[in-house]
Ligand binder design. Structure first.
Ligand SMILES: N[C@@H](CCC(=O)N[C@@H](CS)C(=O)NCC(=O)O)C(=O)O
Length: 212
């Protein structure tokens, strides 16, 4: 039985899992849930994931949610194309970076969305300036990690976990020019984004609603 993947367009957490499924060439049935339609609150979905959140997978009857847990599960279940290094400390570093993306970067990107695309009325300039400053400080921490092509050696869960949040920052600028970070994403991170966007898994996982 194939793995079923429940996804919601625009969710950075669901995007991580989609990138991993594609990169690792794992067969899956794709279930696109609509936030607007309230699909995540539907009883049939709540019966699978009582929290009503994407990403969620069901693998041979086993339901799992929380993107970090799903990524680790997929890694162990489908090790052929690895996204975790073999070396103990390298693996710990990847997990650390993935946790930093989840707990330090992601909340700031959420706040940027709330202050711009999800904001009723024009953004409050002072609030936006303070937020941009915090985001740039955070991005500089990721910039410092980029001594090679990827965040931690080879392409890994560190990149897969971090990328959607960076791409969402650019999305704000695309939708509301001047309200995102403009061209202030640090240069090595910018080049790294291009590298990820050149991977086949990127093209296949662009959020459907971005394509109009
Ligand atoms: N910590 C969770 C976060 C997942 C999450 O926040 N998902 C949101 C979308 S970004 C969701 O499904 N929300 C339900 C809804 O808005 O109906 C993870 O890493 O998977």
């Amino acid at each position: 039985m194939a793995l079923t993947f429940y996804y919601g367009s625009g969710s950075p957490f669901a995007w991580r899992v989609w990138l991993a499924l594609e990169h690792k060439k794992i067969p899956y049935d794709f279930k696109l849930l609509s936030f607007d339609r309230g699909d995540t609150a539907a009883p049939a979905f709540r019966a699978i994931n009582p929290r009503g959140m994407v990403p969620t997978i069901v693998d041979d009857g086993f339901a799992l949610w929380e993107s970090g847990a799903i990524l680790e599960y997929l890694e162990e279940r489908h090790p052929a194309i690895p996204l975790l290094p073999k070396d103990l400390r390298a693996r710990a570093t990847v997990r650390r970076i993935a946790a930093e993306a989840a707990h330090s970067l992601s909340p700031l990107v959420n706040r940027l969305f709330e202050a711009t695309l999800f904001h009723d009325g024009p953004p409050v300039p002072a609030e936006l300036d303070e937020l941009r400053q915090k985001l740039l400080e955070e991005l500089n921490r990721f910039e410092a990690l980029l001594t090679g092509s990827y965040l931690a050696g080879e392409l890994s869960l560190a990149d897969i976990t971090t990328f959607p949040h960076l791409r969402l920052i650019r999305r704000v600028e695309e939708r509301q020019p001047g309200n995102g970070l403009g061209d202030r994403i640090p240069p090595r991170l910018k080049a790294w984004m291009k590298r990820i966007e050149a991977l086949p898994c990127y093209e296949r996982t662009i959020p459907p609603h971005w394509k109009g």
